[in-house]
Ligand binder design. Structure first.
Ligand SMILES: [Zn+2]
Length: 240
């Protein structure tokens, strides 16, 4: 027959494992959140690149329109050249034509810059699309992996909870309820070993008389400071 205190130690082993599994279950979705955050940033970036591309193309159109308008002007002046009568008029028209041509040359320079920018943006767009495809796959895979892990942990927790119920039947109900209260309120540690005369739960010195009592008896003895159930070091070794 196992002593009550041994059952309590076994219960605490189960509770420790349950706590670890629960923490892991809580942490895992955060991994997904991080990946989703990264993916969302990449989507934002893609949107931004597309907007810049659109603006670039609009500017190109505008400049092309300006060139066309200037060319119309040039045409108009060139036609007028055919019918001018004075040298002065001729000169004035020629200077206007030169001016319009210079304007077009400037606009063409701007167009070349825009074309270069467009080509860079296209490259950026392709890169980010590639990244998005890749990360979308990773995200899907990781989600599946993590969901499976969570499922396994949930099963593990249920199984350990069942184990606890089975074990709890072997000790008086009142003792189990006391243990449960301690587990809930004492940071998952209801049973504390006495290590070198110190309670491992609260690190307070345990009176020598109590150390002796704990070592020899099966009765439940608690720490005078933290109320945890005390066990001799040998039992904790078993626990770990
Ligand atoms: Zn204590």
């Amino acid at each position: 027959m196992l002593k009550n205190i041994d059952i309590l130690c076994q219960l605490q082993v189960l509770d420790k494992k349950i706590r670890i599994a629960e923490k892991e279950k809580e942490r895992l979705p955060k991994e997904i959140e991080e990946l989703e955050e990264k993916f969302n940033l990449e989507q934002e970036s893609e949107k931004n690149i597309k907007q810049r591309l659109e603006q670039n193309l609009q500017q190109q159109k505008k400049l092309e329109l300006n060139i066309a308008m200037n060319n119309q002007e040039i045409n108009k002046y060139e036609n007028q050249l055919l019918i001018v009568k004075t040298n002065k008029e001729y000169k004035a028209l020629n200077s206007e034509i030169t001016h319009q041509k210079e304007k077009n040359a400037e606009i063409e320079d701007q167009l070349i810059e825009l074309l270069e920018a467009e080509s860079n943006l296209e490259k950026e767009k392709n890169d980010i699309l590639e990244l998005l495809t890749k990360d979308n796959k990773i995200l899907k895979k990781e989600k599946e992996k993590i969901n499976i892990k969570i499922e396994v942990l949930t099963k593990e927790i249920t199984q350990k909870e069942k184990g606890k119920i089975e074990l709890s039947k072997k000790i008086p109900d009142i003792l189990f309820r006391r243990y449960q209260r301690l587990i809930e309120h004492k940071d998952g540690k209801a049973i504390a070993s006495i290590d070198n005369g110190i309670c491992s739960g609260c690190h307070f010195r345990v009176r020598p008389q109590i150390i002796v009592e704990v070592a020899k008896s099966d009765s439940i003895i608690t720490c005078e400071n933290c109320s945890r159930i005390l066990v001799s070091p040998k039992k904790t070794a078993k626990e770990n």
